[in-house]
Structure formats: structure tokens, C-alpha cells
Write a new protein. Structure first.
Length: 94
């Protein structure tokens, strides 16, 4: 797919990313909605860039996994960062 087709897929599916971010916001209470939305958009872009239409899979189903996965990855990275900050703070107090 060329850049124009990829951009079209992204713009056509922005609402999908927004909907997924809204659905999972209760599960990821430690993240703001803006953070969830940013992660969802990143997942959408990753999905569009790696999508292979010749595999005959509907883009929305393919993107759903990528978007949710991007949110989970972001959540894990934030938890890890928070744990490191806590450890640093604890070590500094020693």
C-alpha cells in the first residue's frame, strides 16, 4: 500500500481508536483518557503501516488487536516507570 492509502485507512478508522480508548478507560484508571487516546492512535498508525490487504482480513479486526496491544504496552511502560521512580526515591532516602 502506498502512503496515500495508509493515510486514508488511518483517517477512516480514527473513531475506532477513540472507541477502544473509551471502552478500556475503566480498566486503566492510572492513565488519563488523553494517554489512552494517544496510545490508541499509535496502535492505529502501527496497524495501518503493517496491514496486508492481500491476507483478506478486515482492517478493523486487525487494527483492534494492534490498538488494544498498544494501550497495554503503554500501560506496562508507565507502571514500570512508576516503579523505578519509587525505587529511586527509596534508595535516596537510605
Amino acid at each position: 500500500m502506498n502512503r496515500e492509502e495508509i493515510d486514508c485507512i488511518i483517517l477512516t478508522n480514527v473513531k475506532l481508536a477513540e472507541k477502544i480508548a473509551k471502552i478500556v478507560q475503566n480498566k486503566y484508571k492510572h492513565l488519563s483518557f488523553d494517554e489512552l487516546l494517544s496510545a490508541a492512535y499509535m496502535g492505529l498508525v502501527q496497524a495501518a503501516n503493517s496491514y496486508k490487504p492481500e491476507k483478506n482480513q478486515k482492517f478493523q479486526y486487525f487494527a483492534l488487536k494492534r490498538i488494544y496491544g498498544a494501550i497495554k504496552d503503554y500501560s506496562r511502560s508507565e507502571e514500570h516507570t512508576s516503579e523505578l521512580q519509587s525505587l529511586r526515591h527509596l534508595v535516596c532516602r537510605l
